[in-house]
Each structure stands twice: as C-alpha cells, then as structure tokens.
Design a protein around this ligand. Structure first.
Ligand SMILES: C[S@@+](CC[C@H](N)C(=O)[O-])C[C@H]1O[C@@H](n2cnc3c(N)ncnc32)[C@H](O)[C@@H]1O
Length: 259
C-alpha cells in the first residue's frame, strides 16, 4: 500500500439533513491489500462505522486486509459468529443461532443507519459471492439505502497466482462448495469444463475422491491463501496430505478452444 495515504479520518457526524445512513458492502478482494478498489478505499475512508465478521477471539480476514489503512478502533465493530465449525450447518440449532445472530447484528446496524451514520461491512472478495454480508443486506435493504462495492473474488486471486487461465472459448465454469455430498460433487464435475471448489477445510479428501471419479484429478490445482501471506500453490495430485485451511480452494482449469 506504499503511496496510499492512511485513510482513518474521524468522520464529522453525518450532515444534519441526512435522514438515514447508507449500508455499504465493501469487497475487500482476495487478500493482498493492493487489490482493493479505489471505490472501496473511498468508502473505508468515509464511513463512521466499519463492521467485520470474525470467529470468536480471532480477527476476521476481511479486517486483516484493511490493516495497512485503518488505524481508528473507535470506528470499528466486530461481529463474532456464534458457531463456525462446531456444529453442522443444517442442524436446526445452528440455523436458529445464526438467524438470531444476524437479526441482532442487523438491529445494531439499523440503530446506526437510523441515526444517519453510514455503515460499511468489510467483506472478503466480493460481497455478493457467498458473503456473510448478504444476510445483513437481506435484513436491511428495504429500510435503508444500500450500495455494494464489488471486489476481486478469492477465486480470481487464486487462478491469477496459480498462473492458470480458468476458461477458454466456450468452456463452462462450475463453482462448487466442497460441503456438498461426494456424489453431487462428482456429478457436477463430470458435467463441466472448468471448476472452482471452495470452502475446502476438512472436505479435501472427499473433493479429491470426487475429482478422481470425474477424471479431473490430474488437472486440479490446490491454492491456499491466494495473494495473502503464507500462500501455497501446488498440483493437487502432488499435495502429500489432506490438510486444508478455510482459505483454500481447488481449481480445475478449462481446456477449451485456443486458436
Ligand atoms: C464464504 S466464501 C467467501 C468468498 C468471497 N466472498 C469471495 O468473493 O471470494 C469463503 C471461501 O472462499 C475461498 N477463498 C476466498 N479467498 C481466498 C483466498 N485468497 N485463497 C484461497 N481461498 C479463498 C475459500 O474457499 C473460502 O473457503
């Protein structure tokens, strides 16, 4: 971020005529802060309330991306998920706890917005692509003005760092969450030209098996923490273990038309 000014600037309160604040979903890009957009920087500079999601007791990744530019804790609000991996996402307790968490968070943000303060939610990658932001957006969009600032997606950062174009010619790209059952993954993989498999974590052995069943294992590339510190890129069939952190994905580049 050399050459970029520090963006913290205590916001003078919203103008007296402002009725409500605007809810911003700010795409923070895949990890490298240099991949933030100019528009994202502008919003981060101005918004009096900056929100990020995190695991309990941990810093959120979207917030880490902003380290180089934010130095004003008074503007910040962390929203700690009630669960992350402790309980299955389809378990009724998980669904109920998350719904209550998002309802409560939306209530807190509505207080700021109702008082005329803009609220910016820092979102990894792009806010509208598997983003937690969407759950607050859904709860608040009919009551307050909303602006979404698109970001460079994690997958875009990953295939760039892997040095592999993902689609050529008429290639069809399929994006799959690794949380799907193995048979569904294999079926979808068989029917596509190129694929991105996200949310790997403990699902990597299952993803490997599905790729093998679809005959795609030899083309698969594993990318961990793409564009971030600790980045790792390796052909999946040469990865010796099945360890995969949350920020990892498998890419299957297409092999379409190349005149
Ligand atoms: C809940 S999704 C959020 C996606 C995000 N909104 C985006 O636009 O990329 C989280 C998943 O994105 C993938 N991901 C995002 N950024 C990544 C990165 N820099 N390196 C590897 N995987 C990444 C991982 O598969 C992770 O499990």
């Amino acid at each position: 971020m050399d050459g970029l000014m520090t963006l913290d600037r205590p916001e003078e309160d919203a103008p007296a005529h402002a009725v409500t604040g605007t809810l911003y979903g700010v795409g923070m890009g895949p990890g490298d802060p240099d991949l933030l957009t100019v528009k994202a920087l502008r919003v981060l500079q101005r918004a009096p309330v900056l929100v990020h999601f995190c695991k309990r007791g941990r810093r959120g990744n979207a917030r880490t991306i902003a380290d180089a530019i934010l130095r004003d804790p008074a503007r910040e609000m962390a929203l700690a998920y009630p669960y992350t991996t402790e309980i299955h996402p389809e378990h009724p307790d998980y669904v109920a706890a998350l719904a209550a968490f998002y309802d409560d968070a939306a209530g807190q943000l509505a207080d700021h917005l109702g008082a005329g303060r803009d609220v910016a939610i820092l979102s990894e990658g792009d806010p509208f692509f598997y983003g937690s932001f969407m759950h607050l957006w859904r709860r608040l969009k009919d009551r307050f003005p909303v602006e979404v600032v698109p970001g460079v997606t994690g997958m875009s950062g990953c295939w760039t760092r892997a040095g592999t174009p993902i689609t050529w010619g008429d290639d069809v790209l399929t994006v799959l969450p690794a949380t799907l059952p193995e048979a569904v993954l294999a079926e979808r993989l068989r029917g596509t030209d190129a694929a991105v498999v996200m949310k790997l974590g403990r699902h990597l052995p299952k993803v490997r098996a599905a790729l093998a069943a679809a005959g795609l294992l030899a083309r698969a590339v594993y990318v961990e923490r793409g564009t971030m510190a600790g980045e790792r890129v390796i052909p999946l069939d040469r990865k010796p273990d099945d360890e995969a952190p949350y920020f990892s994905m498998v890419l299957v580049p297409g092999e379409g038309r190349r005149p």
